[in-house]
Design a protein around this ligand. Structure first.
Ligand SMILES: NC(=O)c1ccc[n+]([C@@H]2O[C@H](COP(=O)([O-])OP(=O)(O)OC[C@H]3O[C@@H](n4cnc5c(N)ncnc54)[C@H](OP(=O)(O)O)[C@@H]3O)[C@@H](O)[C@H]2O)c1
Length: 307
């Protein structure tokens, strides 16, 4: 089968397309998926650059790809949830930039009806992460004020919609075309972070969901009400600033499971959650696609279509 891999850490130049054997089912609870589309996530580039060697070591050569949408091609003897031919989405964690990927059935769900494979490949990480931040950790409630830093990004765009559907007052930060997108997705107020200073506009926020991290995170402490929460999926927040502003601030590692995906998938099936796919590349364009996402200014998800 065709697969994308790299043998050493580095820039996108290390990415190559190779022919490798179709993976075999390793345990009775695994399924083999014929991949139709794979989602690209920023972590794919962080792993490739070698900056996560300590926290997320991988064996080289490595086939990237944490999520996929496709069709069940084979099932292990103990698989009860799926049969050959079922259309599915999966949290693969690795190996999805390929024509086939094998994965435990517990990390696989039926593809929401009516969603293309390309759109379906964009929802596992985004919805699971949005649910973990807003509701599992953030305990967001109707009437509360939430600010989504990066509200037109892949995860941020889903957060805007889920927070709005939960009855929160939603403020999003974005730039360029992302401002209009965040408005379209339902944000009550959008701050153009390149033109405006959010500390002049937002205050008394109950929950800040930070999907951008970095230096810009410093200002997010100032807009929370005392006792409010700053939850980041990008950079661990400063505990000194959390104490100074009397807020709770911590990094959230998403919990992606059938349970945490349920709310978002129900919303998609009810027509209440839009998937936002910014651009689809072919599998063989994986290096270009990764560079496209790294360059920034991408609104929504970048996906690889696999033939
Ligand atoms: N902890 C976890 O479990 C987990 C799970 C999923 C993702 N993540 C991480 O979360 C981050 C976001 O993921 P993603 O897939 O949503 O990426 P993405 O689509 O690239 O979104 C990032 C967003 O941040 C915005 N941004 C960048 N600098 C900003 C600033 N200074 N102020 C406000 N917004 C800014 C970007 O807007 P512009 O393009 O307009 O600059 C972009 O919309 C990545 O670091 C990813 O690795 C973590």
């Amino acid at each position: 089968m065709k697969a994308i891999q790299y043998r050493t850490y580095g820039s996108s130049d290390v990415i190559e397309q190779v022919e490798v054997p179709i993976p075999s089912i390793q345990s009775e609870n695994e399924v083999l998926i014929k991949v139709k589309a794979a989602g690209i996530n920023p972590i794919d580039m962080k792993i490739r650059m070698g900056i996560m060697k300590e926290t997320r070591p991988v064996e080289l050569p490595f086939i990237p790809g944490g999520e996929a949408a496709g069709i069940i091609a084979a099932v292990g003897a103990g698989v009860t949830k799926f049969k050959v031919g079922d259309q599915v989405i999966a949290l693969t964690r690795k190996n999805a930039y390929a024509q086939y990927v094998s994965v435990n059935q517990n990390l696989v769900l039926p593809k929401p009806q009516g969603l293309s494979f390309e759109k379906a490949a964009s929802i596992v990480v985004t919805i699971g992460t949005a649910q973990s931040v807003l509701f599992t950790e953030g305990k967001l409630e109707k009437g509360q004020k939430v600010l989504i830093q990066g509200g037109a990004g892949a995860v941020g765009g889903i957060m805007v919609q889920m927070a709005k559907a939960a009855g929160a007052y939603v403020i999003a930060t974005a730039s360029g075309d992302g401002v209009a997108l965040a408005e379209k997705l339902g944000a009550d107020l959008v701050i153009d972070y390149k033109l405006q200073d959010l500390t002049n506009i937002a205050r008394d926020i109950d929950l800040v969901a930070d999907t951008a991290g970095g230096e810009a995170q410093g200002k997010l402490f100032q807009i929370l009400k005392p006792g409010g929460k700053l939850l980041s999926i990008a950079t661990p927040p400063s505990q000194a600033l959390a104490e100074l502003y009397n807020v709770n601030a911590y990094f959230v590692a998403s919990d992606i499971s059938a349970k945490t995906l349920q709310n978002g998938i129900e919303m998609i099936e009810a027509g209440k959650l839009q998937t936002v796919v910014s651009k689809v590349f072919k599998l063989e364009e994986a290096a270009i696609a990764q560079d496209f996402l790294t360059a920034g200014g991408v609104n929504g998800k970048v996906v690889l279509a696999v033939e």
